[in-house]
Design a protein around this ligand. Structure first.
Ligand code: ARG
Length: 302
């Protein structure tokens, strides 16, 4: 079993021990800051204009998103994004430190200067581009729907209309549902795992979350959960920087080099086994519709 799956299982067990963890995530957010303190800057202050001087690149993330970022057994933040950024840092001569925070606070923290960059499975969107500069894409993604195995009512995004759907607050999944499937009840959690626990306990009908993360959650709960394509066929993860940052082109060069010399693939294979970079195959649910059909259905349902 991959390490992050073990971590996930441990996390969900630990979470179940704490009563109330299955209620709305916003009321029951656990403080991850303390768990990951060791990996954040001792001064707690990034200096985006003087990274060269400090030699440190402080990267904000929300380690509730396996396998991209999660808190490992050692209490340190681990995952695909972490390894990618550590390697980028190595190539550019920076020591990389990760700072943990809520996903929806990341861009504000960068604007406030407490982090130099964001690496958090963050998808490029038009709205975010108004506030940050993105690197080149480092991962192609999409949204998936997770349901309980016995709940075969929901088979595509349009079926979410009128249902209670769990999302991670402030994510593209949250925004997509809010804008496209207007009549449903959206339950917003600070952690994807809390949405999944709520689903398992019958608190919501489905969870809408990024494909690879959905697959991980399902793999850790394969007796109970299944997942399938939600109908958004392309999102691109990139590293975010303050507007005008000189680091964008340097990081792009480092990522391009890593793709060319096989380092990207080595890290990729560690976390994603045989899947190709842009492949997000539907799993576990036989009856399914294509992304295009799902999109059409969502439109009709509006
Ligand atoms: N890709 C989605 C977005 O950009 C979700 C990212 C959530 N990431 C995290 N580390 N919790 O909105």
């Amino acid at each position: 079993m991959k390490k992050f799956l073990k971590v996930l299982l441990a996390l969900s067990t630990a979470c179940m021990i704490f009563a109330g963890c299955t209620d709305s995530g916003s009321e029951n957010e656990q403080n991850t800051e303390a768990t990951t303190q060791a990996t954040s800057n001792e001064n707690g202050q990034a200096d985006g204009t003087d990274i060269n001087g400090s030699g440190k690149l402080i990267v904000g993330t929300n380690p509730e998103f396996p396998p991209f970022e999660y808190v490992g057994d050692s209490g340190e933040i681990e995952g695909f994004d972490v390894e990618l950024m550590n390697e980028v840092g190595k190539r550019l001569g920076y020591e990389v430190e990760f700072k943990s925070m809520e996903f929806k606070s990341l861009i504000g923290a960068m604007e406030a200067g407490s982090i130099d960059a964001v690496a958090a499975g963050m998808s490029i969107t038009k709205e975010r581009k108004l506030a940050v500069d993105f690197s080149d894409t480092y991962f192609n993604a999409s949204q998936y729907i997770i349901v309980n195995k016995e709940n075969q009512d929901i088979k595509k995004a349009a079926d979410l209309t009128g249902k209670i759907v769990g999302v991670q607050e402030g994510t593209t999944g949250d925004v997509y549902l809010t804008e496209n499937v207007k009549t449903q009840n959206i339950k917003r959690f600070k952690k994807g795992i809390d949405a999944v626990l709520d689903l398992k306990n019958g608190g919501c009908d489905a969870v809408f979350i990024d494909a690879q993360v959905a697959m991980d959650f399902v793999a850790a709960n394969e007796d109970q959960l299944v997942c399938f394509s939600g109908g958004i066929d392309s999102e691109e993860y990139a590293v975010a920087f303050p507007k005008g940052s000189e680091l964008v082109s340097k990081v792009n060069e480092a990522i391009a080099e890593m793709r060319a010399d096989g380092t990207y693939k080595t890290i990729y294979d560690k976390y994603f086994e045989e899947q190709s970079d842009d492949e997000t195959e539907d799993i576990s649910l036989e009856e399914n519709t294509s992304d295009e059909e799902s999109k059409e259905d969502v439109k009709k349902a509006e």
